[in-house]
Design a protein. Structure first.
Length: 267
């Protein structure tokens, strides 16, 4: 009898292992799914990075290179929500604007609530970042739920239109924009696509300056070997803004993870 019980238990093990979600297997919730990477030496009240994948990708694709080493390796829980399906493909998309098929702001907050049942996350140190369409999602989260997050990074994305910008961002923000001078996929000015627009980076930064009550021109300008950065901080009533340009095109430039983590941690 013990042999039979042990045999059933042995057969059950693979199913149990497969049911655990993480970086490879998605965590399912109402409205969608997300991927999650918890540091090997998990502790109490860990910081968390919510990262939005780009168009035609998935959350499971982001756990490589700098995100894994710079964030998970430094004790961050990395959370990668999945966008909505693209017809006829296995990859996903973010609308990042009004008229989408899902309320992605509410979905993200549900993702974070679920992730907090699986890992000990410090609610005061939840950060947002994203690339391209995911960068536009970072802007949308700042517009709709600024108080929920400690800081934001957008790589090659701006606030898409149409979106209500009457109270956007919804509070003071600490926002870093990283963008390539040679980006013609999401140019600084954005571009029209059918009935929507990628949004202007200049308009997005102006919205952040208004929310933070900063002056129009930067307080400091720093020209480095890789990034040329303009900062609004001393003149702002609250929050801070940094815009860093590089010579590349539409992509995540080498070193962006260090730049982002420095921004999050105030280094």
């Amino acid at each position: 009898m013990r042999y039979i019980i042990a045999l059933f238990a042995l057969f059950a093990l693979p199913a149990v292992a497969q049911s655990a979600c993480g970086a490879d297997a998605p965590c399912e919730i109402d409205g969608g799914s997300y991927h999650m990477l918890v540091p090997e030496n998990a502790q109490e009240n860990m910081p968390a990075l919510v990262f939005y994948h780009g168009h035609n990708a998935t959350g499971g694709m982001i756990f490589r290179g700098g995100i894994r080493s710079e964030f998970a390796g430094a004790g961050y829980v990395v959370i990668a929500p999945n966008g909505t399906p693209i017809q006829g493909r296995r990859t996903l998309r973010w609308a990042g604007r009004e008229g989408g098929t899902r309320d992605d702001v509410a979905f993200t907050l549900d993702v974070i609530a679920d992730a907090r049942t699986k890992a000990s996350i410090d609610p005061e140190r939840i950060y947002v970042a994203g690339f391209s369409a995911g960068g536009s999602m970072a802007w949308l989260m700042a517009c709709k739920a600024a108080d929920e997050f400690a800081a934001f990074v957008s790589i090659s994305g701006a606030l898409r239109q149409p979106n209500d910008t009457a109270d956007c961002p919804s509070g003071p923000v600490k926002f870093l924009q990283i963008h390539g001078f040679g980006d013609n996929q999401v140019p600084f000015e954005g571009r029209a696509i059918r009935d929507w627009h990628q949004g202007s980076l200049w308009d997005s930064l102006a919205l952040a300056r208004r929310a933070n009550q900063c002056r129009s021109h930067p307080d400091t300008i720093a020209i480095g070997a890789q990034f040329r950065c303009r900062d609004w901080n001393d003149s702002c009533e609250a929050g801070a803004i940094r815009f860093c340009e590089h010579d590349g095109g539409h992509g995540m430039p080498r070193g962006w993870t260090t730049l982002a983590r420095d921004w999050f941690e105030g280094r």
